[in-house]
Design a protein around this ligand. Structure first.
Ligand code: HEC
Ligand code: HEC
Ligand code: HEC
Length: 272
């Protein structure tokens, strides 16, 4: 009985630790990212603070208090600037502590430096925990929702996720017809699948201008496997069909999903 209770407790704590929340940052933040601005004012302020923190502590360690004071002021200026850039962020800032930090550096008071630097540092971490990842996804990652692809089978233009669905559909139907012994239908679906996988290459250039990137998932090796698949369907060689499809799943679909789909889906949720 005791043991069971313990197990339940552990399971609950695991469930808590597995909850990840990504908060949507205030809309004002969009002013400091493309297309509104290419200057990256907000992010640059972040890098400036990070460097200033290092500058302050490096100089304190080396007993160069004049330069330590200079970096502390740069830190303060950029820290307070967060609230000017994004008013919604203003009330979360540790203003007393950042002022006290600059004063502590001026008076070379190590205790107060540590105490206030710690408080300010915690406010950095707290905000990052809530907003840093969501900001990256929203403002740095390109959108797949803008990408349209011409479907080589129906000759219509499809949104990216619909193109994915069609590609997956033709693959699943091919399997179903094969299992049902309907080889002609399987061959038609299989050929559509091959066309769609090849057609996916159109989309890469919308975001990539490096041929090498495209070839990693959509290169010669894939083309060879797709040709093998076409032949296996012609000769009704079920084992060979499954072998090539599982290569394609692992090396085209799964790998590309690992680098693109996860973030694309989170981004879509923010855009809703
Ligand atoms: C009120 C919110 C907030 C506070 C406070 C804040 N940050 Fe940030 N910080 C962000 C957000 C949002 C990003 C993500 C920006 C982006 O990727 O474009 C970020 C990104 C950064 C980055 C870039 C990390 C990377 O490599 O992508 C650094 C460095 C940084 N912050 C340092 C700091 C420091 C140091 C402090 C405290 C002195 C601080 N930040 C306080 C919101 C905040
Ligand atoms: C909506 C934009 C978008 C589309 C469309 C897109 N990618 Fe990407 N891809 C990215 C982003 C963003 C990264 C992360 C690296 C970067 O910022 O360039 C990335 C990374 C990659 C990488 C790993 C790093 C690198 O740059 O080589 C490969 C390989 C890749 N993509 C291949 C492809 C292929 C193949 C296609 C088409 C089937 C494709 N991508 C379509 C946005 C896109
Ligand atoms: C660019 C590289 C890339 C390649 C290669 C790729 N996918 Fe995707 N796939 C994505 C991205 C990105 C999404 C998320 C798109 C979205 O939801 O808007 C996605 C989503 C999907 C979805 C979910 C569609 C939905 O919205 O319901 C399916 C199913 C899918 N892919 C199947 C496949 C199959 C099967 C293959 C291989 C034959 C494949 N994909 C190859 C990038 C890729």
């Amino acid at each position: 009985m005791k043991k069971l209770f313990f197990l339940i407790l552990t399971a609950t704590s695991v469930a808590y630790s597995a909850d990840v929340t990504l908060k949507e940052p205030p809309k004002t933040l969009s002013k400091y990212y493309p297309p509104s601005s290419n200057k990256m004012e907000f992010l640059n302020s972040m890098y400036a603070m990070s460097t200033a923190f290092t500058g302050m502590f490096t100089n304190i360690q080396e007993n160069d208090w004049k330069n330590a004071e200079k970096w502390a002021s740069i830190l303060k200026e950029n820290y307070l600037n967060i609230g000017k850039l994004v008013p919604e962020f203003d009330k979360g800032l540790k203003k007393n502590e950042i002022n006290a930090l600059v004063e502590a550096v001026k008076s070379k008071d190590m205790e107060k430096i540590k105490f206030n630097a710690d408080a300010v540092g915690k406010s950095c971490m707290q905000c990052h925990q809530n907003y840093q990842v969501s900001t990256k996804i929203i403002y740095h990652y390109p959108s797949f929702e803008m990408i349209n692809i011409e479907d080589p089978v129906s000759r219509t233009t499809l949104e990216f996720h619909n193109y994915m669905k069609k590609t997956a559909d033709s693959m699943k139907k091919m399997r179903v017809y094969l299992e049902d012994g309907k080889f002609d239908k399987a061959q038609k679906e299989g050929n559509d699948f091959v066309k769609r996988v090849k057609g996916l290459s159109q989309s890469c250039n919308e975001c990539h201008n490096n041929k090498l990137s495209v070839e990693i998932y959509q290169g010669k090796e894939l083309e060879e496997k797709l040709n093998l698949l076409t032949k296996a369907l012609q000769s009704k060689n079920k084992d060979e069909v499954y072998k090539t499809v599982s290569w394609i799943s692992a090396n085209n679909c799964s790998k590309c999903h690992n680098t693109h789909q996860t973030i694309a889906e989170i981004k879509e949720k923010f855009n809703k």
